[in-house]
Design a protein around this ligand. Structure first.
Ligand SMILES: Cc1cc2nc3c(=O)[nH]c(=O)nc-3n(C[C@H](O)[C@H](O)[C@H](O)COP(=O)(O)OP(=O)(O)OC[C@H]3O[C@@H](n4cnc5c(N)ncnc54)[C@H](O)[C@@H]3O)c2cc1C
Length: 426
């Protein structure tokens, strides 16, 4: 992509070919429902998906209809859900109760339903619930010695380990490293580069919202049954910004939380209720993920004054969108609005990202991986340059956030790093 003024772009030290075998492993171990080849922009795959796509909801069908009218490619979003029984597990129950409120039927393809039971069954996995890690300790050689955690009874325990792997999410991983100060690392563990916590990206997520005469029931289907397009993922200089992101039909939240940010909705009172009534059954969102640019000063730090329930400084997040993010977000939301209009929406409102900035469900970048210890925290195998038995496997190693939802890449990369650790190559 090249440089962009004000951004701290960095190349990934690994390629798609390094990750592709692990995308495949995760998808087949996990049970992902999708349709290979339906996304005409998709990257090389070594094989198809283990399960056919999830049934398409009413809002997914509207999204496809709008894209088709406009001549844009769309496809059923590959999802961590089972469209059929798979590997001893039942098909995923499609339920409004499973929309961002946990998984009451236990039928999603989550780590909790798949990998944790498998790990427990080996007898070699000791899951300690309700334990809160306060610090990673060091031995006299400067290697990670273990983790100090507080258990549910409030007892402090130091668990020693040959290898320490952090996967707390990009905010909390950075925070834990910054909390782990020592004489050797006075500014936080593995933070000689002063990059721990920096370059955080969050994929500002927003949408155009349309209402239709016919009911959409977007609250009923869960995020499982959606449709996407990568038509605007690749960079195109003629658009006035670099990069791009994926767009998708969305019916998430009860009612759609995005409706609460609509420009025409009063914040409270009868007017707000009226908008909610009109939207509840009849609205859908066409949403987008901004491939936001990393910036040196967008960062996670320890707060000076606020502490959590354990008395430790909370994470303080500083985030200013890059001008490129705002332009990209506007462009993608304008395209989303066109999709809704082409699908026959009677009203369409656009929620540009300056109205919603600060959503942080997709976290990346706070311990970026790279080949140069001066410009990265981790090496290409996600091992800290400065602590050779310390690894990070959540979204923190991502040098850039990409323009697509991150979890499959987090999992594929974690599997890659796990094989590296298990092979004793560290
Ligand atoms: C509302 C919402 C919707 C999302 N939708 C999508 C989607 O559609 N697609 C997608 O790809 N991604 C989605 N994501 C993002 C996805 O949830 C994350 O990418 C994914 O969970 C990251 O996995 P992880 O294991 O790295 O981190 P997490 O799932 O955040 O797990 C980190 C764990 O570490 C624990 N932890 C943190 N600090 C400590 C500590 N000090 N001591 C002990 N434990 C600690 C936390 O309690 C947590 O259990 C969504 C996120 C949200 C919030």
């Amino acid at each position: 992509m090249g440089d962009l003024e004000g951004a701290s772009l960095a190349d990934w030290p690994i390629s798609y070919d390094d990750l592709e075998p692990y995308y495949d492993k995760v998808e087949w171990a996990f049970g992902v429902s999708g349709q290979a080849g339906a996304n005409k922009h998709e990257s090389r795959r070594s094989r198809g998906y283990p399960c056919p796509p999830m049934p398409q909801s009413r809002y997914a069908q509207k999204f496809h209809q709008g894209c088709q009218e406009l001549g844009w490619n769309s496809f059923p979003t590959p999802q961590a859900a089972l469209s059929r029984p798979y590997d001893g597990r039942p098909a995923t129950v499609i339920s409004a109760f499973a929309q961002q409120h946990g998984d009451p039927t236990g039928t999603r393809s989550s780590a909790l339903n798949v990998f944790v039971p498998q790990a427990v069954a080996t007898g070699r996995y000791d899951l300690r619930a309700d334990c809160y890690v306060r610090e990673i300790t060091l031995d006299e050689r400067g290697r990670a010695k273990g983790a100090v955690y507080e258990d549910a009874d409030g007892d402090l325990i130091e668990q020693q380990a040959d290898v320490v792997v952090l996967a707390c999410g990009a905010i909390e991983t950075a925070r834990l490293l910054l909390l782990s100060k020592s004489a050797r690392f006075p500014d936080g563990l593995a933070n000689g580069s002063d990059l721990v916590g920096r370059n955080v990206t969050f994929h500002e997520y927003s949408a155009a919202v349309g209402t239709f005469d016919d009911p959409i029931y977007a609250w009923a289907g869960g995020g499982y049954v959606s449709a996407s397009s990568f038509e605007f993922y690749e960079s195109d200089d003629s658009r006035g910004f670099v990069g791009g992101g994926h767009i998708a039909a969305a019916g998430v939240g009860i009612p759609l939380p995005i409706n609460w940010t609509l420009p025409d909705r009063p914040s409270w009172g009868a007017g707000a209720k009226q908008v909610d009534r009109e939207h509840f059954n009849h609205s859908m969102a066409a949403a987008m993920v901004v491939h936001d640019m990393p910036q040196h000063d967008n960062r996670v730090e320890l707060d000076d004054t606020v502490v959590d329930a354990w008395g430790l400084p909370v994470a303080r997040i500083t985030l200013t969108p890059h001008e490129n993010d705002l332009r990209m977000g506007k462009f993608l939301i304008d395209r989303n609005a066109e999709i809704l209009e082409a699908a026959g929406a009677k009203t369409v409102q656009k929620v540009y990202i300056d109205r919603i900035t600060g959503n942080c469900s997709h976290q990346h970048g706070t311990t970026r991986m790279g080949n140069d210890p001066a410009t990265s925290v981790l090496d290409r195998n996600c091992r800290a340059h400065e602590v050779d038995n310390l690894f990070v496997v959540d979204g923190s190693p991502f040098p850039t956030g990409t323009g697509a939802n991150p979890t499959l890449t987090i999992m594929a990369n974690a599997w890659r790093v796990a094989e590296h650790i298990a092979a004793g190559r560290h």
